[in-house]
Design a protein around this ligand. Sequence first.
Ligand SMILES: O=P(O)(O)OC[C@H]1O[C@](O)(COP(=O)(O)O)[C@@H](O)[C@@H]1O
Length: 354
Amino acid sequence: MNGNGTGFTTTGAGGGDSLNEIKTDIITLTRFILTEQGRYATQATGDFTLLLNSLQFAFKFISHNIRRATLVNLIGLAGATNSTGDDQKKLDVIGDEIFINAMRASGKVKVLVSEEQEEIIVFEGDGKYCVVCDPIDGSSNLDAGVSVGTIFGVYKLQPGSTGGVSDVLRAGTEMVAAGYTMYGASANLVLTTGNGVNGFTLDTALGEFILTHPDMKIPKKRSIYSVNEGNTVYWDKPTQEYFHNLKYPSEGLKPYSSRYIGSMVADMHRTLLYGGIFAYPSDSKSKNGKLRLLYECFPMAFLVEQAGGLATTGTQRILDIVPKHIHDRSGIFLGSEKEVLKVVDMYKKYEISA
Ligand SMILES: O=P(O)(O)OC[C@H]1O[C@](O)(COP(=O)(O)O)[C@@H](O)[C@@H]1O
């Protein structure tokens, strides 16, 4: 067991490296999950490992198609809209199909929710997991080659259930695993099963996700904010004052830096690594946010909390919310603990309660 609690070394010390620095003792995702299941899941049946194997196959297949999209005319619109009214990109449809087929083929999934599907999908068989996903998050950036990603969350089927919407209309606190794969310079999978957060990088030559970021911890504070300021006029007073204070700090303090890619996975990957705060506040009139609770907010909130950060609406912990519909949306602020606590304090100052 070494200092980073994962039991694995990524620096080579004791990792059995051969003389010329070729890493010969690499930790693949499957090896990592098998060890983790062995350590945490007393009655590990291997079902979760098989589910994760199907998930990583879907990520590799989607990554492959995104990389060659311009070459094989997979760029542009598919000519249809999805369940929440967004124009579907061709890769939204391809990513969705790849994900659905992989989850069906795993034999371990009973219920699937996808951003691209109006209703839940209930698979044949005795799968005991429910998966919620956004197959291609940030797809509005695809044609510009900006990083996009797949976001997912996993619930256990409720005891005695034969698979229905009530298996997924549950608080985020009931999720047993969550993560995202970002398709950027490389494909990065960031995963939690409730025992911390670990990051893996796809080695396309080996076709394996390799542990490269063990035991990720988000910095407690960092002067970086990430929000679409074009929406400022729609924000409520606490949100407007909060971001105003970051840009016009009191005497002697430096203003925060602004970073916004417009692809939640990419903005969250940077926030997890560097710290700071990402937000998509709700509209003060409709009280509606843009990002979907089940397959965008919950998985990211689970990861951030497991990495030592916080996730809130401003007045409520994101993971405590119980959705009423599978495509419900919510306002969200998440990231470094000290940054998010300033948002909570601002809402308290305005006495705005949940
Ligand atoms: O363009 P906006 O309004 O800033 O919204 C950007 C946000 O919307 C999203 O693109 C929504 O995701 P989808 O692409 O999955 O619909 C997020 O990735 C991103 O954070």
